[in-house]
Write a protein that binds this ligand. Structure first.
Ligand code: NAP
Length: 436
């Protein structure tokens, strides 16, 4: 069995699962896992909503995979800048891209560039303390729209509607808590372009919307005509049945008035974002041939994510993915996760996806060109010669302990398990410090 050196870019679930599957399917392999951010875990750290600890808990198994020593983590290393494709070919037999999808899909309607029109992905990055987005977010609107009927739309709507104090038990950074606390929002309107039977939410996430403290869920009977949900229609799953029951129970109950309202509207096809003096003042929709207008001061577009192009890697700009067949891109280049198949599916789905990519990589082993400089130290020396302040696993353990300590030291009305460090430089300094 020939010794194999593999680089993976993207230390989110897709990259870590791929590394773990590779380590157990090919004995004589060394795997270096790079991320452009100083900390690992990608979407779990920077995409999952802070008030979803159940999903964040997946970090525990990813931690074990990295802690086993079979995969070496290096953060703060950007593909195409700190390491180029030529460098990869000099040091590795193969590279797997697991860089995910962190941008917003484009919505092409008039007014989309007005001040107050936001991509949900950017807002998620803000509330999750992504180091590369602004520390402040203009939460000044009283009436807000969230476009889309997927789980990201639910996350965004819930975070906007929730009282900041109810988020304090999570790992949100200080600036996010302060930002949410200032929000004067009274009404969050979620708009789906299809009907209530066609939602892309999942049952747990929908149900929890109804449990948010001091938020009234408002549904509109016009969206629920007699027989609106056909239990036996083709393609109807148990998940649809559960969600239909949840919506029906909200429709039937007398809800208590609350400080904030969360409205669910259906059959609203986005038409135009309306502005005055460059700012959002409302939005118009087509509802079954009729135009409806709503006064709003902010719009969050949660209509799907989009994968970014990587230098020198074949990219399909119609789908926002790396061009690939079963994860194979071109000689020695592979892809897995959302950058391979597009931004759909839950975290667990990336496992089967990674299996396919790794199976193909292992089948190709004999055809992969041997690298000229296969020693790890040679890559690290290259990074050092380029003054790249990379972080490593020991560094992450320091940063992790530091964030847990910040949580322990927190003095306030609730206890906090962790407080995230946001600033990239600060993360790097903590991770690279000699004696912490
Ligand atoms: P998604 O599930 O694909 O939902 C996108 C939504 O945007 C759909 O309702 C879609 O409507 C709508 N849409 C697309 N283009 C539109 C347009 N031009 N105008 C109006 N609406 C438009 O995507 P997502 O919410 O970004 O989530 C991505 C994946 O991550 C999903 O698999 C999701 O379940 C997962 N996720 C899970 C969680 C969790 O807590 N479990 C949290 C976040 C994300 P149509 O259905 O009509 O196309």
């Amino acid at each position: 069995m020939k010794p194999l050196r593999v680089a993976i870019f993207g230390a989110g679930p897709a990259g870590i699962y791929a590394g773990n599957i590779l380590a157990s399917s090919y004995e004589n392999v060394t795997i270096d896992l790079f991320d452009s951010l100083p900390a690992p875990y990608g979407l779990i750290r920077y995409g999952v909503a802070p008030d979803h600890p159940r999903i964040k808990g997946i970090v525990n198994s990813l931690h074990e995979m990295l802690d086993s020593g079979k995969i070496r983590f290096f953060g703060n290393v950007e593909f195409g800048k700190d390491l180029k494709l030529d460098d990869i070919r000099r040091h590795y037999h193969a590279v797997i891209f697991a860089t995910g999808a962190i941008k917003d899909a484009k919505l092409q309607i008039p007014g989309v560039d007005l001040e107050g029109s936001f991509g949900a992905a950017d807002f998620v990055s803000w509330y999750d303390g992504h180091p590369d987005v602004s520390r402040t977010w203009p939460l000044t609107a009283e009436k807000v729209a969230v476009l889309g009927n997927g789980n990201v739309a639910l996350d965004v709507a819930r975070v906007l509607a929730k009282q900041a104090d109810d988020m304090l038990t999570t790992d949100i950074p200080e600036n996010v808590y302060e930002g949410l606390k200032q929000s004067p929002v009274t009404d969050v309107h979620v708009f789906g372009r299809r009907g209530p039977a066609d939602i892309k939410f999942t049952p747990i996430e929908l149900r929890e919307l109804g449990e948010v403290e001091d938020v009234e869920i408002v549904l509109y009977p016009e969206d629920f005509p007699e027989g609106w949900f056909d239990e036996d229609a083709d393609g109807v799953t148990n998940q649809h049945r559960v969600m239909a029951r949840v919506l029906q129970s909200w429709l039937d109950r007398d809800s208590e008035p609350a400080k904030r309202r969360l409205h669910l509207h259906f059959w609203h096809q986005p038409k135009e974002i309306l502005g005055e003096a460059g700012k959002v003042v409302g939005m118009s929709f087509d509802r079954k041939g009729e135009t409806r207008e709503y006064p709003l001061q902010a719009i969050y577009r949660a209509i799907g994510y989009w994968g970014s192009e990587l230098p020198e890697v074949p990219y399909d700009e119609t789908k926002g993915v790396i061009k690939n067949i079963g994860g194979r891109v071109v000689d020695g280049i592979y892809a897995t996760g959302w950058i391979k198949r597009g931004p759909v599916g839950l975290i667990g789905h990336t496992k089967s996806d990674a299996m396919e990519t790794i199976e193909n990589l292992v089948a190709d082993v004999d055809t992969l060109a041997d690298p000229a400089e296969p020693e790890l130290q040679q890559v690290l020396s290259l990074l050092q010669s380029r003054n790249v302040a990379y972080t490593d696993w020991a560094g992450w353990l320091k940063l992790n302990s530091h964030e847990l300590e910040l949580g322990e030291k927190f003095v306030g009305p609730v206890s906090r398990e962790r407080v995230k460090v946001v600033d990239r430089q600060e993360q790097v300094e903590i991770a690279r410090a000699e004696n912490i």
